[in-house]
Design a protein around this ligand. Structure first.
Ligand code: APR
Length: 183
């Protein structure tokens, strides 16, 4: 499923984000930046040691207390097809009344701003927070597309392609439904 919105192609696809050949793929990390399971584990495993080493440096030099929820940082992609990985920490779902939506919005917006600042033409996102962090898929999709739409309204055509890479049939179905409501 895809559409061109404000000069940017938005692509929804089912697949493994570690196979994407965008300039950057986004990692649903945790604040330690030391890897984990899910997409975080897959990216670190396939990307290799260089990702871990750069995350370690970021922790020491910039975020000794850990990367806060909603923030994003960039490392090289190591052995991945993508040249870079943008690591962001999504919120844990706690019922939706303690600011999770704003934090998830910031994950997408801050990742897009890093891509913009680096002059990337293509960035791929997973469904941040919808796995181990328990964020409901439909709520996550609404927040993701709200952030993407707001970014595009202010940055017409500056990023050529934004991909949402869904890992499960259910995620693809729900994100596709919400995508049609937004665009
Ligand atoms: N490609 C694309 N999407 C994937 C992949 C993959 N290879 N693997 C998992 N996903 C999907 C999941 O199906 C889910 O929809 O990514 C989404 C986010 O799930 P998680 O990876 O569990 O991430 P999240 O819910 O943000 O939880 C982050 O889990 O892995 C740990 O270290 C990570 O502590 C952090 C927490």
């Amino acid at each position: 499923m895809e559409k061109v919105i404000h000069g940017t192609r938005i692509v929804l696809k089912k697949g493994d984000i570690t196979e994407e050949d965008c300039d950057a793929i986004v990692n649903a990390a945790n604040s330690s930046l030391m890897g984990g399971g899910g997409v975080d584990g897959a990216i670190h495993k396939k990307g290799g040691r260089i990702i871990h080493e750069e995350c370690l440096r970021i922790r020491k030099e910039e975020y000794p207390q850990g990367l806060p929820e909603g923030e994003a940082v960039i490392t090289r992609g190591g052995n991945l097809k993508a040249r870079f990985v943008i690591h962001t920490v999504g919120p844990v779902w706690r019922g939706g009344n303690v600011g999770e939506g704003d934090l998830l919005f910031n994950c997408y917006m801050n990742s897009l701003m890093i891509a913009l600042r680096n002059g990337f033409s293509c960035i791929a996102f997973p469904a941040i927070s919808t796995g181990a962090f328990g964020y409901p898929l439909r709520e996550a999709a609404k927040t993701a597309f709200s952030a993407i739409r707001q970014f595009l309204e202010k940055n017409n055509g500056k990023i050529k392609e934004i991909r949402m890479v869904l890992y499960t049939d259910e995620a693809f179905r729900i994100f596709s439904q919400v995508f049609s409501e937004f665009f």
